[in-house]
Ligand binder design. Sequence first.
Ligand code: CO
Length: 461
Amino acid sequence: MNRKVHITEVVLRDANQSQIATRLARSDFEDILETMDEAGYYSMEVWGGATFDSCLRFLDEDPWDRLRFIRSKVKKTKLQMLLRGQNILGYKHYSDDTVRAFVRKSVENGIDIIRIFDALNDPMNMATAIDECLKAGGHAQGTICYTISPIHTFENYVALGKKLESMGCNSLCIKDMAGIMSPQSAYDLVSALKKEVSLPIYVHSHSTTGLGPLTLLKSIEAGAAGVDTAISIFSGGTSHPATESMVYSLEEMGYSTGVDLKVCKKINDHFKPVQERFLKEGGLNPSVLQTKIDALNYQIPGGMLSNLISQLTGVGQLDKLDEVLLETPKVRKDLGYPPLVTPMSQMVGAQAVTNVLMGERYKSISKEVKAYLRGEYGKAPGEISQDLVKKALGDEKPYEGRFDDTIEPEIPGAKAYLKDLAESEEDVLSYVAFPQQAEAFLKERREKKALKVTYSIQEAE
Ligand code: CO
């Protein structure tokens, strides 16, 4: 029998996030969900990442309601989300009670698979989410963030894979958020993991540098269980390899994907006018569709490079870009080589810019970097510069144990504050995750409801 390869369609989450800043509204996809359920995907990534924040902040949608709606239309296909471990969907560490409640409610509202990652690859930052996901009956996918540095060796990745397996994960994901994993590295890494770990391995990459499709194909040759792709109209560039091309190639090579290309065509036809609208209205910048190899040259993600450029342009000092690009890897080394993914990419980039613009390294140290040095983000992958720790913290000692143990439970306070503004535990969680956005959203919802009541009373009269 042909070996089966699982296809995860990511148009509603990562392609949406990578190409159009997570602005897909429910009205953009509600009519195609039942068709997507017929495509034969192993899973659909539909929630988590930046979608939650974006629903509250820009789309005037209740993110929980969006998930329940998707679940009501997608009955057969597994639904998947991305979760930043102890950061859940935000940018700081939350208390354990928040992480547990969030994970449990995600599963209760329809999520099957939770892909759990940490920006530092620190398993302790994923432990609570993994434990609760398993308790709630979900599939916990432990994640290895792929990056390039002197300490990110295959041995270390394999050790992390084994650790995640011992923590009870149902599968592993290699997450190449910057699209810098080469086809050969992917082949070697998947092969190395398969020797030591018995879990199915999923590979996530982006098309940013043009390596994505090749990298996914070599991963499958090495025995990966599945890969992430996006329907063609929302594929390529900062997004992902195209679903249809991947399925076409794999089937011809003798793999079976279970994905029906005729159904894919219907899905693509649905999203074509949506993509055209975003292009026309400026929500989709054509430059994100290009292949850019800068990330390979500088070994920093494309999104981070464009942030550096815009920060320098903002202060009229773009001529300092070369200096900043030399300083960035030095800051990263001082911080113990964190992978350059949110929030570490922003932290390292901003500090490098400050170091160059001030003309003296670490003359000013951001509060985020100080918190990182104190251990508030978990354990650094490598050695942190002790000179930097001394300069930033003085006599203050970094946390020895797990910082998250010092965070007080957050839910009781949030409940007391919101009172009847929160109509469910989900509302409380939205508030804990994003206080300002959620409070504004909940207040507006209450006003709209009051207005509706007034109208219906008037109509009745
Ligand atoms: Co991604």
